[in-house]
Design a protein around this ligand. Structure first.
Ligand code: UGA
Length: 432
């Protein structure tokens, strides 16, 4: 099929590339000329495992191309996906100006029937607004259908998630676009659920909020574990073996971050409020998440007393493993708060150092994880990169002025760390 994706951010670029990989002919549109030129020249605006190879392969095969012209994209395809940002406004509600702008552009470029599919995360009832906007701005009475098709991929695992989705959600207001949408997704052999548009939009916000709730739940349990001397990993393993609960998203941490959960939670709370329903449960999810960072900092203070003038090594800057994304990264927030208190930082991340430098210029950036501890008073683990498990602990112990590690991601075994001579403080494992 001929498909167009408007927006080449994480979702748009992965979607377009994976559609091409499945055999569709795809045009990716972005109004950022520099990004389009970079992609045309074989460059990558983001780090995402497996993506560069697929972009190169499908561009070479003639199934994937990039342009800055919406007109060209709309003319060239029957199905046009909207994958533009929906950033938060200062009050937590969603800025839908990109969605509105693209809807107008599509409307004025349409000369034949189009299926306009929203893939961006949007408040419930946005599809209705998109349809109204297209009706208002189309140049002739050309027919169209609006579809909601939320995306559930995770950064760092985006290609894998896209190729093997748990489910494909198709929200429609008439049966007309269903067959074409099923054909788009046929190569992935995933279960397809067809709903009304409002339900599809709600599935996305309800899913992300539920996953955030799961993390805050285990983080709240981690507090009880520290008070009682229990081990949060054992508790999570025991809970997770119940198929109704599941083990995923039960890893206690210094809190969730990224460009989705914090934003989507605030948005969903706002959306509910605007409908006269206060979603107190989600407010508590936010509160627990913020408290988790405060509690981690308290552990550092309780051990080091004064942070001012001390040198701390920080492993991890990305908001999670496998990405160079530092947006709303707990690791960055931690660094900023330590810097504000007068700490000196030596930092390392396998992929996110370039992006981190732009928001965090003060620390000393170190190119090898095993050099970070050199001359430090303590080491902090802030992101769950798997390679941190292979840290040369013997060397770290010798380099640190005192063998102290604060682990915000529970990467090491507590008993083993004690045996190696570390004062090792992690999350929810033993009395704090
Ligand atoms: C999240 C959802 O998982 C995707 O399904 C969704 O499509 C995406 O948002 C989106 O709306 O675009 P993502 O933000 O890429 O994906 O990252 P996650 O893997 O969900 O992790 C989010 C945060 O939670 C990270 O900071 C991570 O470290 C933290 N986390 C995750 C925990 O603290 N504990 C866990 O057990 C799992």
């Amino acid at each position: 099929m001929n498909l167009t994706i408007i927006g080449t951010g994480y979702v748009g670029l992965v979607t377009g590339t994976c559609f091409a990989e499945a055999g569709h002919h795809v045009i990716c549109v972005d109004n950022d000329e520099a990004k389009v030129n970079l992609l045309k020249a074989g460059g990558m605006p983001i780090y995402e495992p497996g993506l560069p190879e697929l972009v190169e392969k499908n561009t070479a095969a003639g199934r994937l191309r990039f342009t800055s012209s919406t007109q060209e994209g709309v003319e060239g395809s029957d199905v046009v996906f909207i994958a533009v940002p929906t950033p938060p406004q200062p009050d937590g509600s969603v800025d839908l100006s990109f969605i509105e702008g693209v809807s107008r552009e599509i409307a004025s470029a349409m000369t034949a029937y189009k299926i306009v599919v929203d893939k961006s995360t949007v408040p419930v009832q946005t599809g209705e607004k998109v349809a109204e906007t297209i009706k208002r701005y189309r140049k002739t009475k050309v027919e169209f259908d609006v579809v909601s098709n939320p995306e559930f991929l995770r950064e760092g695992f985006a290609v894998e998630d896209f190729m093997k989705p748990d489910r494909v959600v198709i929200g429609v207001s008439s049966p007309r676009p269903v067959a074409a949408m099923k054909e788009v997704y046929a190569p992935y052999q995933a279960p397809v659920i067809v709903t009304d548009i409002n339900s599809a939009e709600l599935i996305k916000h309800a899913s992300n909020s539920f996953l955030a709730l799961k993390i805050s739940y285990i983080n709240a349990i981690s507090v009880i574990c520290e008070k009682s001397g229990a081990n949060v990993q054992e508790v999570a393993n025991g809970m997770g073996m119940d198929a109704r609960i599941g083990r995923e998203f039960l890893d206690a941490s210094l809190g969730f971050g990224g460009s989705c959960f914090p934003k989507d939670l605030s948005a969903f709370i706002r959306i509910s409020e605007s409908m006269g329903c206060r979603f107190g449960l989600l407010e508590e999810v936010q509160r627990i998440n913020a408290a988790q960072m405060d509690r981690f900092l308290k552990k550092i203070h309780d051990t080091l007393w004064v942070v001012k003038g001390k040198t701390l090594g920080v492993l991890g800057l990305a908001f999670k493993q496998n990405t160079d994304d530092v947006r709303m990264s707990p690791a960055i927030e931690l660094c900023q708060r330590l810097l504000k208190e007068g700490a000196r930082l030596r930092v390392y991340d396998p992929q996110a150092m370039e992006k981190a430098r732009a928001v965090l210029p003060e620390p000393q950036y170190v190119s090898d994880m095993n050099d970070v501890a050199e001359g430090c008073d303590a080491l902090i683990i802030a992101t769950e990169w798997p390679q941190f498990k292979r840290l040369d602990l013997e060397r770290a112990r010798k380099c640190l002025s005192h063998p102290i590690i604060f682990d915000g991601r529970n990467m090491f075994d507590t008993e083993e760390m004690e045996r190696l001579g570390f004062l090792y403080k992690s999350i929810g494992r033993g009395k704090a």
